[in-house]
Ligand binder design. Structure first.
Ligand code: PLP
Length: 394
């Protein structure tokens, strides 16, 4: 009984307003008045990326399709790209690069660490022939809860005047934390509908800079369904080159309206506060956060490491079966050793407090005895979580 507490880092809760906006009959996507919706959706997602100069594409699909669209529209077979493996999603993107016939230079780091900026700098500095065509980074590795300092990657490319494209996976970050496509001079950024945008899965979004759009006229990796050029020819009149999911487009417009009513800065502040609450709870439970560097700790997902003898799979199972609480499992090499708490989308302090209480109950049920004091460290004192959330000191 009770509502399911959906606390995985995507898919996220769909607000009632968005559900209502999507609840409608099919419409003719070639009708004269369709462009009103088409333009509204295209412009809305462009604002979410904080892009003015380029173009944001809407594809039927998910983030994975967005990866493929970004790579195939702007690269040639055998192109060299730099990519860092620091969790499951960066791993899968690298796997896709290889299967598409690209030549990724794979940089591995311990899971829980961020990008190896010194190794990346060596590669960029030594590539005087500009053989490297793209640097592909995941902004928020949903496996580990480790973020990437995107402006620092941009600065690295600028420092050596290296023309490689900066491609960013923002699937679990865009719309929840600061993301500035134009300002950070990103060439291609990818996200999906089912995370910060509070929609069902079903749309993949790719934002492309003018430079990337130009490149898409000649790039030779095969792409048909996701062709930027086909989309541009239709999007210019507010249409799509094939049947779009009309309900999802209405949902997108409504979801972005909600984000803009709250204001992007406030949305980012809310996510920071909720994630900071999760981090304080984890510390109070005497557990470790997977992301070692506090500066890189994600505001959308916290990966909680478990001590030997406490099984992460059991934690996720117990939380669901006993408390109707959905937590993220540890992925790949973190399977069984960790679990994840999502803190993105349609959430507030009360949802978070309920979820954290559920996690604490589950930890106890699963034999964890390390919780001595549920109070959090807040402004130099130990206070109850509710008092900490109510304060404005986050
Ligand atoms: N990239 C990141 C960072 C993700 O978290 C995910 C999914 O969770 C993906 C890519 C893949 O996206 P999708 O499942 O929408 O294809």
């Amino acid at each position: 009984m009770g509502r399911n507490f959906l606390m995985v880092p995507g898919p996220t809760n769909v607000p009632q307003r968005v559900q209502n906006a999507m609840h409608r009959n099919s419409e003719d996507h070639r009708s004269l008045d369709f462009p009103q919706l088409g333009f509204a959706a295209l412009e809305a997602i462009k604002r979410v990326f904080q892009c003015r100069q380029g173009h944001a594409f809407i594809f039927p699909g998910t983030g994975t399709l967005g990866w493929e669209a970004a790579l195939t529209n702007c690269l040639d077979p055998s192109d060299q790209v730099i990519s860092v493996r620091f969790g499951q999603f960066s791993h899968l993107w690298i796997d896709m690069m290889k299967r598409l016939g690209l030549r990724p230079i794979e940089l591995d780091v311990e899971w829980g660490e961020g990008l190896p900026m010194d190794r990346m700098e060596d590669l960029i500095r030594n590539d005087r022939a500009h053989d490297i065509k793209a640097v592909c980074v995941v902004h928020n590795e949903t496996t580990t809860g480790v973020c990437t300092d995107i402006p620092a990657v941009r600065q690295l490319l600028d420092k050596y005047q290296h023309p490689a494209f900066l491609m960013v996976d923002g699937v679990s970050s865009i719309g929840a934390v600061p993301f500035k496509f134009d300002e950070w001079k990103i060439d291609l950024a990818v996200t999906g509908s089912q995370k910060a945008l509070m929609l069902p899965a079903g749309l993949g979004f790719v934002c492309a800079s003018p430079r990337a759009l130009e490149r898409s006229k000649t790039a030779k990796l095969p792409h048909v369904y996701m062709s930027f050029q086909d989309h541009l020819r239709s999007n210019v009149d507010g249409f799509f080159p094939y049947t779009p999911s009309v309900p999802l487009l209405y949902g997108l417009v409504e979801a972005v309206k909600m984000l803009e009513e709250e204001g992007y800065e406030s949305v980012w502040a809310r996510h920071h506060k909720l994630a900071e609450g999760v981090r304080r709870a984890v510390r109070a439970w005497n557990l470790e956060i997977c992301c070692r560097e506090p500066r890189l700790q994600s505001d959308t997902v916290t990966t909680v490491m478990l001590p030997p003898g406490i099984d992460g799979v059991q934690i996720v199972k117990t939380a669901f079966q006993k408390y109707n609480l959905s937590l993220g499992a540890g992925l790949m090499r973190l399977r069984g050793k960790a679990f994840r708490i999502g803190s993105l989308g349609d959430l507030n302090e009360l949802t978070m407090l309920g979820a954290l209480a559920g996690v604490e109950m589950t930890l106890r049920d699963c034999g964890y005895r390390g919780i001595q004091d549920w109070r959090w460290r807040c402004g130099g004192r130990r206070v109850l979580p509710a008092a900490c959330f109510a304060s404005t000191r986050f």
